[in-house]
Design a protein around this ligand. Structure first.
Ligand code: SDX
Length: 428
């Protein structure tokens, strides 16, 4: 019978320690007993960027980076993208099981009837310049919502907590659409609660003088699939931020504003915007080889490529690549797709990328599709934040229910100055 332990010998003292192994993991706190002197603090592990550190146990999303597997609550992303819809996947992610018809109808009704925001939110958005980045507006408004719902601080009252979860999932498309309309100098369009989640989003984005807006079903479905693909992705930077902020027991609006701020970064959810700007800069397929050479010389990153977990093709990128053609039937073929396909062809053959396991990730194709659908590039990270709201909230609830969790407070290796006395100005 093999022993589920790790034996460590500290060669500084000759002492041996036996650490229990569970889920192929050791508990970092078990390292603290390893000391040279009894009054030492004890051993730490050093892991910048948390490349090899589990911060939580979770049952929400499973990723196998080597095999390119992604499952929400055990269901493969490919099946969910093909057979489900965003609100159903949101229910699954939040509650752990697919809803029956009655559960689904109640959930969809709840979400569709909390889409309005307080009228003061419009005045708050008026304070932004016309060219304010919509993600900056999104983050600000989400944080501001915490002031409209003070009961959100009752995070351990399940009824109050669920009310905020429904409000956030329901209102993020409204906030996104209002920020888009603000940037275009157009009047805000109020939600139409008889439309689907994505149909209503298109309505609030595009409605002009029509008495009633009829969303294009192909585009509404394409958005639904895009939203499904972006719902959750285990402990990514934005979700880890949601958990770190949530671990101080703050309200979900404040925690989610921080998560959205992390997502905004070009190395994370802001990569879809950066991909488009990269493709526009390349401008023509004939310029791709020179651009790739620049990447290999470390002059810049190939945005939309690489991933901390996937060392194979991101399954979401596979689905998006196949979906692009469907969207282009309803819009028009995006010429940038040819540049993207050439970039991918070269990268998948070139040792520089192959040796580093750099494959297209979810952000590589999503931007091309969003642009073909008419979204301005600056809206792309907001389009990522809308569906990821579900993942952030599901992970936040899991954090609150996890008795092993404590306030996040990492340690450090101090390499600074030893104690020294203050020197008066005249003596410096
Ligand atoms: C998302 O975590 C998630 O799950 C995120 C996400 C989600 O759903 O939440 O999947 C969404 O954020 C997708 C990633 C979007 N970001 C980009 O497309 C930006 C470009 N990608 C890189 O910045 C990078 O690949 C990261 C940030 C995504 C991953 O970085 P890692 O894991 O820290 O890897 P690394 O920086 O250590 O890179 C390893 C090597 C390095 O070369 P060497 O120093 O070893 O020689 O690969 C190189 C890097 O320089 N490299 C790249 C590259 N990505 C990594 N070189 C050129 N272009 C790139 N894109």
């Amino acid at each position: 019978m093999t022993k589920e332990t790790l034996t460590i010998t500290d060669n500084r003292t000759g002492r041996t320690f036996e650490l229990p192994v569970t889920h192929d993991t050791i508990n970092a706190m078990d390292l603290r007993q390893i000391k040279v002197n009894d009054d030492d603090f004890g051993m730490l592990s050093y892991d910048p960027g948390f490349k090899n550190t589990a911060s939580t146990k979770s049952t929400i999303t499973y990723i196998d980076g080597g095999k390119g597997i992604l499952r929400y609550r055990g269901y493969p992303i490919e099946q969910l993208a093909e057979k489900s819809n965003f609100l159903e996947v949101a229910y699954l992610t939040m509650f752990g099981e697919l809803p029956n018809q009655e559960q689904y109808d109640k959930w969809a009704y709840e979400i569709r009837h909390h889409t309005f925001v307080h009228e003061n939110i419009k005045r708050l958005m008026e304070a932004f310049r016309h060219d304010a980045h919509p993600m900056g507006m999104f983050i600000s408004v989400v944080a501001a919502l915490s002031t409209f719902y003070p009961e959100a601080r009752n995070i351990f009252d399940e009824k109050d907590r669920m009310k905020q979860i429904v409000r956030l999932i329901a209102k993020v498309p409204t906030i996104a659409a209002f920020s888009y309309r603000h940037s275009r100098g157009l009047p805000y369009v109020y939600p139409d609660n008889d439309l689907s989640y994505t149909g209503n989003f298109l309505n609030m984005l595009d409605k002009m003088t029509q008495v009633r807006y009829e969303p294009d079903p192909i585009l509404a479905r394409a958005l639904d699939v895009l939203f499904i693909l972006h719902v959750d992705h285990e402990q990514n930077c934005g979700t880890a931020t949601m958990r770190v902020i949530g671990s101080s027991n703050t309200d979900p609006y404040s925690a989610m504003a921080g998560a959205a701020a992390a997502l905004y970064g070009p190395l994370h959810g802001g990569a879809n915007e950066a991909v488009l700007r990269m493709l526009l800069e390349i401008g023509d397929v004939k310029n791709v080889p020179a651009f790739v050479e620049g990447v290999k010389k470390r002059e810049r990153l190939l945005m939309g490529f690489g991933h901390r977990v996937y060392k194979n093709y991101d399954p979401r990128a596979q689905i998006l690549k196949s979906y692009a053609d469907k969207v282009f039937e309803a819009t028009e073929r995006n010429p940038l797709l040819d540049i993207a396909l050439e970039l991918e062809r070269i990268a998948l053959e070139d040792d520089f990328f192959v040796e580093r396991n750099l494959y297209p990730n979810v952000d590589f194709y999503s931007g091309i599709i969003y642009q073909a659908m008419g979204f301005p590039i600056a809206m792309f990270p907001v389009l990522f934040a809308i569906p990821r709201t579900v993942g952030w909230l599901a992970q936040w609830v899991e954090l609150l229910n996890d008795k092993e969790q404590k306030i996040a407070r990492p340690r450090q290796i101090f390499l600074g100055e030893d104690e020294r006395d203050f020197v008066l100005m005249e003596n410096r």
